[in-house]
Design a protein. Structure first.
Length: 458
């Protein structure tokens, strides 16, 4: 069930007063850049034109690299969608970039997807049975082809989307653009986030609320798990037929993935991280002189730890924000070098002190081993590592990039052993039973820590 794992961000906008949405989509994508740095794209349509056509610009690279003033000015329209992509096992090639745009019976259909579909084999077989010549195993493409196929026998694009979504298993936050409609869909478990906002007469859907803020829009609400929201010239319509009782929001969105200023399903990411730090101290207190966090995602949890313990918080690292994620460097030695390029120690904060070092997660262990070494070299007397998530033990089938089991340090080693490997004076993790409290009781997917997958996948 491995397939292509993607961590992505999506955005869509429809101006009912026919304002050009392209620039807003660009700002939205810029603010979602943390969700994917490999590729990005924007597709727009002008619903005022008599011959409606979708125009699309997409390529490998960051949002600022792919779009210039010139490319943006060529993309004018009152309806559009955008995507940032970070594929892991999927090849880093231009053909895999999104939005996908395809011809269908009503003109052009465009689609951008965040998440990962687990039954791609079934979806592909069904298309082949109906006579389609089909080679792709890419989940997003399969979804788009199913919608196009279903549209032939449906009254509306949203009906075709519904017929398709009924067959999808896995995680999806989708934005779909037909010639005159913007459709947003969230999987019935609500695994990946998706929210709705408004700026004047422009409706916006986005993976995270931080995109709404960047677009000058007001947050209206989260798209509900299992909701199909259609935005057209006549306004908004929701279909909840896919809704189910069980919800399982991805807890890793709060721990690491989402931006600190986003609010997802009623829980502020910052509050969740702060709480994680507090809970971490309650369970695993330690005598120390200073609490420091790993930028960016460990900082809020470090603040929470400091608040609960009364130990002063300080900044111990400077982060060079212009270097890509160390996580995605291919070889172990390149990754280690990546950490050094990205973070340097502010020695005065740690010299001669017993330090609590907080980060959001340990995946392979490379980052933490390097940071402990750097702090000790800078004169820290002791380094007590506290991780604001439980040990990472299982693959994610729903779109978070997790390396294979054998690369996950916690599958082969106990916390005691990992501590020896990273060279810490102690190492403790957040308890799985604390995760729920961290998000104020929200129903969550904790599969990467517990192996308990929402749909019972093995
Ligand atoms: P590692 O060095 O492999 O243990 O990676 C741990 C670091 O990677 C932590 O500082 C995390 O903030 C970050 N991280 C955790 N999960 C992911 C992910 N899915 N994608 C990118 N970075 C991640």
């Amino acid at each position: 069930m491995s397939g292509i794992h993607e961590e992505c961000g999506v955005v869509g906008a429809f101006s009912l007063q026919h304002e050009n949405v392209t620039e807003y989509l660009y700002y939205g994508l810029l603010s979602l850049q943390h969700r994917g740095q490999e590729a990005c794209g924007i597709a727009v349509t002008d619903t005022k034109e008599s011959e409606i056509d979708a125009r699309c610009t997409k390529d490998l690279g960051l949002v600022t690299e792919v779009f210039s003033n010139e490319t943006l000015s060529e993309l004018k329209g009152d309806l559009g969608i955008g995507h940032v992509r970070y594929s892991t096992t999927g090849a880093c090639v231009r053909e895999n970039t999104q939005p996908l745009v395809l011809n269908y019976c009503k003109g052009k259909l465009s689609l951008a997807h965040n998440g990962n579909i687990v039954n791609t084999g079934e979806l592909r077989d069904e298309l082949i049975r109906t006579g389609a010549i089909f080679h792709t195993t890419m989940d997003s493409e399969l979804i788009a082809f199913h919608i196009a196929k279903n549209r032939v026998h449906s009254k509306s694009v949203e009906e075709a989307v519904f017929k398709t979504a009924k067959k999808l298993k896995g995680a999806y936050g989708l934005v779909i653009m037909s010639p005159r409609k913007l459709v947003a869909v969230r999987d019935p478990f609500g695994i990946r986030p998706l929210c709705l906002g408004k700026r004047g007469e422009m409706y916006i859907v986005a993976s995270e609320s931080c995109a709404l803020t960047a677009m000058g829009a007001k947050f209206i609400r989260d798209i509900e798990p299992g909701e199909i929201l259609t935005i057209s010239a006549s306004g908004l319509r929701s279909d909840f037929s896919l809704r189910q009782e069980k919800k399982a929001h991805c807890v890793f969105e709060y721990i690491y993935f989402s931006r600190l200023d986003s609010c997802i399903d009623g829980i502020k990411v910052y509050d969740a991280r702060l709480k994680a730090g507090e809970l971490l101290f309650k369970r695993h207190p330690v005598d120390a002189d200073v609490v420091v966090g790993v930028p960016e995602s460990g900082i809020a949890a470090a603040k929470g730890f400091a608040k609960a313990s009364g130990i002063p918080f300080d900044l111990a690292f400077h982060k060079n924000s212009y270097i890509g994620r160390t996580f995605i460097k291919p070889s172990q030695s390149e990754r280690a070098l990546g950490v050094l390029m990205k973070l340097s120690v502010l020695s005065d904060a740690v010299r001669g002190k017993r330090v609590v070092l907080v980060d959001d997660s340990i995946v392979r262990g490379t980052t933490m081993a390097n940071l402990v070494k750097m702090l000790k070299e800078a004169g820290a007397l002791e380094v007590h590592v506290r991780i604001s998530s439980p040990p990472f033990m299982h693959p994610c089938y729903y779109g978070v990039d997790v390396p294979s089991n054998k690369e996950l340090i916690a599958t082969e080693n106990t916390a005691y052993e990992i501590n020896k490997i990273i060279g810490g004076d102690s190492l403790e993790y957040l308890d799985t039973s604390d995760l729920k409290e961290m998000v104020c009781g929200l129903p969550i997917c904790t599969a990467c820590f517990t192996g308990d997958y929402p749909a019972g996948e093995k």
